[in-house]
Design a protein. Sequence first.
Length: 315
Amino acid sequence: MAEKTDAPKARTWNATHLPDLSGRTAVVTGANSGIGFAAADALARAGAHVVFAVRDLERGGAAAARVSGSTEVRRLDLADLASVREFADSWDRPLDLLINNAGVMMLPEQRTKDGFEMQFGTNHLGHFALTNLLLPHVRDRVVTVSSGLHRGGDGIIHFDDVNLRGRYSPTRAYAQSKLANLLFTLELQRRLTEAGSSVRALAAHPGYAATNLQSHAANPLARIGMVFGNKFLAQDDKSGALPTLYAASQDLPGAAYVGPDGLGEMRGAPTLVGRSAVASDPEAARRLWTLSEELTGVEWGFASAARPAGAGKVG
């Protein structure tokens, strides 16, 4: 999907500069709203066939109906590994682009169907399993949406207990899950390169984009602050989707991280951005990968076969 053309400079780049994606297929998780919908809409307008991978088929169908282009809707609940496997098992065609966009943010403490802390389980483990199960079909790249808040919380992966029992906070859990997205991308690219694959793994973050994601924050004061921020500081969801689209379509190196070029990376045109030292640590990335395999029962996508469904379930 990458194009080596006289593309506009990143500072002026927007969705109208996407290459012709006719004949390409893209899966976008969480495509029914926010930056996921904006990305799916732009990809479809550029000619791609876009699969809306969503929890709620009715909402997904309504969203897809608003898009001018080729779409379909499939059910995917990233907080349920059985649903992830069902989605992947039903996939029977080449896949050019997988956009791991869906996520939850700063929720009250709760668990996935498999017993994992909800933010880590949904934002990281669900996408980890989905990517590895679909990887034999992927022809171009995997783009995973992280956040500038990967630097927040404690700034680490709590390998002793990723479920944060007894020390949960919405911010700590969210930051850990977004850090995990970057470490996952780093190790995925290492493995792809080692396997001699041309598939690339990249990450992006939207900056501060006004979406409904913030409305689920556990802290009422935080929700009020986010309402204010959405109105006066944030960019809209179409602008927030630009780093994802840039990572999905431009000729960038594997493991690249794209975000807005403005002050504090909160808004602006897409460009390559930095990440925390921990997010760049290859040893932490390998350790997280091994733990994620153990928890999900899903192994490296180019390996022989995944372990039986239900492996890694916690109480």
